[in-house]
Design a protein around this ligand. Structure first.
Ligand code: FE2
Length: 398
């Protein structure tokens, strides 16, 4: 497989970029393109209000040249300004801008406004517009799962365009439908965690002295640019103390690039194993070209990710960087990674496959299929639980 991220240069941390954008726009004439770049950088540090302001100023300065309708609408959606988000999408359409992502944002806003028929229509539009609208495909199937009827769910899986047949949402919900229908063999042909979960221990090079020292550096790199986030606004109550850093490939980072290089080797090895025996089904499929998509998480107390799957990925995983002492008590379930749950709409059912509860251990990466729903149990600890979420995503043309 060709790694398309190998040559992506490390960037300055988002906060440094934002400061530079801010300073230069104070010095000279305000430039709309610059303001759009500022808005995009502010989104990375989850400053959605600041991003909206930057995009709106860019549009006011150059209404004809403005193109960041999707980014502006999504920032408004994140601020729960659903009507404003819909207005921006419509304005973008009038100016000739439309893409699957704008349809997806429209669907998300409509869903929160409880306009479900219109939301479903927007999701169907998104899926029809692009072969990469995996998030829209997932939401469409989540709607079907709400019926709690296996036949309805299976029909919804079959109704997706054929290019979505090999996608994480389709496999996840198809397996859930088989489980509801009591088709155990069909379900376990898709989800069989005994064969689909792989754990590998990382050994840092001597320059890091020890694994403990390496993980301490990695934790500092994650904490340095971590920001409060809400990854699944429709799914989890907002938890302002949970922190995320999705910009780890920054200049001067030492631990992250070393770990990323090792992860590419591990994933490549698994990919070769999968190509030799596709019955292991760990991958959604084997892409010709792909890239590593990672983000660091810091959670404490009652925080957790929320039940989710990785609709855009072909393989997923997590590397645990730090685990509170409380999570090492085998009698408690604190902090464990829970793999193989059913999607949120089916939480009252028990899947027919065996679920896995994995004790997080610093220095070990756990790889699992992107189509497996998962979460982790809160640690109830003051000490942080630090993890690196990992995706292999297939490279797609822009
Ligand atoms: Fe995840």
């Amino acid at each position: 497989m060709r790694w398309t991220d190998l040559d992506v240069p490390a960037t300055a941390p988002p906060r440094v970029l934002i400061e530079l954008y801010r300073r230069s726009s104070q010095q000279g004439k305000e430039d709309p393109d610059f303001l759009i770049s500022l808005g995009i950088a502010l989104r990375q540090v989850w400053d959605m209000a600041g991003a909206v302001e930057a995009f709106q100023r860019a549009e006011a300065l150059d209404p004809e040249g403005f193109h960041a309708f999707g980014e502006l609408a999504d920032s408004l959606y994140m601020l729960e300004l659903d009507d404003d988000a819909l207005t921006v999408i419509n304005r973008g359409h009038q100016k000739g801008f439309s893409n699957w992502n704008m349809e997806y944002i429209r669907a998300s806003a409509l869903r929160r406004l409880k306009k479900h028929p219109q939301a479903k229509e927007a999701l169907r539009n998104a899926v029809a517009m692009s072969t990469y609208a995996f998030a829209a495909a997932e939401d469409l199937l989540a709607y079907a799962a709400e019926t709690q009827d296996g036949d309805v769910l299976l029909d919804a899986c079959d109704a997706l365009p054929s290019t979505y047949k090999t996608s994480a949402p389709n496999i996840a919900y198809r397996a859930a439908a088989y489980s509801l229908l009591g088709r155990r063999d069909d379900a376990c042909a898709l989800i069989d965690l005994d064969r689909q979960v792989v754990q590998v221990a990382f050994e840092p090079s001597r320059t890091f002295e020890s694994l403990r020292a390496f993980n301490a550096i990695l934790m500092d790199e994650i904490a340095a640019n971590a920001v409060a986030y809400r990854e699944f606004p429709g799914n989890v109550p907002p938890d302002p103390a949970a922190l995320r850093n999705n910009q780890l490939n920054v200049v001067a980072a030492k631990a992250y690039p070393a770990l990323a290089a090792w992860l590419r080797v591990i994933i490549q090895k698994e990919l070769e194993r999968y190509r030799a025996d596709t019955s292991s089904h760990m991958f959604v499929y084997a892409p010709e070209a792909g890239y590593l998509y990672t983000r660091g998480y810091i959670h404490r107390h009652a925080e957790h990710n929320g039940l989710h799957m990785h609709s855009n990925a072909v393989l997923s995983g997590v590397y645990h960087v730090r685990v509170p002492d409380e999570a090492f008590n085998p009698n408690e379930h604190l902090g464990v990674l829970q793999l193989g749950l059913l999607p949120p709409a089916l939480k009252n059912f028990v899947p027919c496959w065996r679920q896995h509860a994995i004790q997080p251990v610093p220095g070990i990466v756990t790889l699992f299929p992107s189509f497996v729903f998962h979460d982790f149990a809160p640690t109830r600890s003051e000490q942080p639980r630090v993890a690196l979420g990992i995706d292999l995503r297939a490279a797609v043309p822009e």
